[in-house]
Design a protein around this ligand. Structure first.
Ligand code: RNT
Ligand code: ZN
Length: 422
């Protein structure tokens, strides 16, 4: 896009918003506070590098599609991520899973992983001045095949996974320490039952016990922030998930750790945006896994839709930006994976921008005066305002491709790099 057109469009937009009492310059300053943690697992369809040719196996999460160009090594993964970062405005972090360590061609089992396997990543992140987040990997492993990990009734299996998560938290805390920005450790487990179980109480009691053991080890908050992720159901755990929303709401409130809200993990008509204001009254911080479920928790590429908008609006309206850790979680293997990151991250950033460009004071005034028609009208009108011009200007100021310009860059990368990975 031409610079002068972007500039002129922005100046016009600025005037339009200022008539509504919104200062676009201030909004652009606020955008600097939005840091999005990119999930590393879109590069390789959640395969990981534990062993050569590793594929996702178990846990009921799966990427579908066979678009060429999946990252096969950590080097390829890093190259893809660098390409992604070069096309994004604003600040990012990277979220790693435990299966993405540098294991030097040796099989290091999950209860054996150490900081040294992630030191390369820490150095990589330090060079790029970005923070790292971390996730234990309680799936794609023979000891997860029975469907239970931390909630397993088999003491050997349970112990193995408790040890794994303990080590992951230790690694995450070290990432936070070395990088000078706390690492969010997210715990998601697949534990659940395909058919109706008869002993839910014991299973949940075991999970609680495992979590208590895991979180008994304390780390300074400036290094590590713990989070646990709930889920309604998964493939193979249709009838009951041990770590349900109720389970984790109770656990996080009692222990003041973070709850991860993945918007693919609820009933389709349930609104994750509505949960933010409730949870923030009881816990200090939240974590998000932004995703797009199509009919189920399908983890499609995030897009700028109503569901995402309500989430960003609720964060801005509650003035809670500094209490919400924003992460992405989707994996689509049916299209250019680098492009998938750029679309999804930009969608999240655009949704925050849209939320920041809301005439909140006027809307609240209408609400308090019982002016429901006026409130709804203004909300509808905001959809016609030139937020795209502000977005383009923001991208230009961040020295990244504006508008559709990033499409060609990604197509070029596909030709030069991705297609050649056979
Ligand atoms: C699974 C959870 C979990 C995973 C990642 C890979 O349903 O959403 O967050 O997607 O940990
Ligand atoms: Zn998730």
């Amino acid at each position: 896009m031409k610079k002068d057109i972007i500039e002129k469009s922005y100046q016009l937009a600025k005037k339009q918003y200022s008539e509504l009492g919104i200062d676009t310059a201030k909004v652009l300053k606020e955008m600097e506070k939005i840091v999005i943690s990119l999930h590393c697992w879109q590069t390789d369809d959640v395969g990981g590098f534990e062993k050569p040719g590793a594929e996702l196996g178990g846990g009921g999460i799966q990427a579908t599609g066979n678009f060429p160009g999946k990252a096969r090594t950590i080097q390829e993964m890093r190259a893809d991520l660098d390409k992604v970062f070069s096309l994004l405005p604003g600040k990012q972090r990277l979220s790693l899973h435990a299966i993405y360590g540098e294991f030097g061609g040796q099989l290091v089992d999950r209860d054996q992983i150490e900081v040294k396997h992630f030191q390369g990543w820490i150095n990589w992140a330090k060079k790029r001045k970005i923070g790292l987040d971390f996730n234990c990997t309680n799936f794609s492993h023979p000891l997860a095949d029975d469907g239970y990990t931390l909630a397993s009734k088999n003491p050997r299996i349970r112990k193995f996974w408790v040890e794994h998560v303990k080590r992951c938290r230790k690694i995450a805390a070290e990432m936070g320490r070395q990088l000078g920005t706390p690492s969010c450790h997210n715990l998601w487990i697949p534990d659940g039952s395909k058919d109706t179980p008869v002993d839910r109480y014991t299973l949940r009691k075991i999970l609680k016990k495992s979590l208590d053991e895991i979180f008994a080890v304390k780390y300074p908050k400036k290094y590590l922030k713990d989070s646990v992720e709930s889920k309604l159901f998964g493939i193979g755990s249709e009838s009951m998930v041990v770590g349900s929303h109720d389970f984790y709401v109770g656990y996080t409130v009692k222990n003041n750790i973070m709850l991860t809200l993945d918007n693919g993990h609820f009933h389709p008509t349930e609104q994750v945006g509505d949960k933010i204001s409730s949870m923030l009254l009881y816990i200090d911080e939240l974590m998000l896994h932004l995703t797009r479920g199509v009919r189920w928790d399908s983890d499609h590429v995030l897009t700028f839709n109503d569901e995402l908008l309500l989430i960003t609006q609720e964060i801005i309206r509650a003035k809670a930006l500094n209490r919400v850790n924003i992460g992405l979680d989707y994996f689509d293997a049916s299209l250019n994976r680098v492009g998938a990151y750029v679309i999804g991250t930009r969608a999240a950033q655009m949704a925050f921008l849209f939320a920041l460009l809301e005439p909140w004071d006027t809307l609240v005034k209408y609400e308090e005066q019982g002016k429901a028609f006026e409130r709804l009208s203004l909300l509808e009108l905001m959809k016609t305002k030139p937020y795209g011009a502000v977005w383009d200007y923001y991208c230009m100021k961040n020295n990244v491709p504006v508008g559709e310009d990033y499409i060609n860059e990604i197509v070029q990368y596909e030709k030069d790099v991705l297609i050649k990975r056979k």
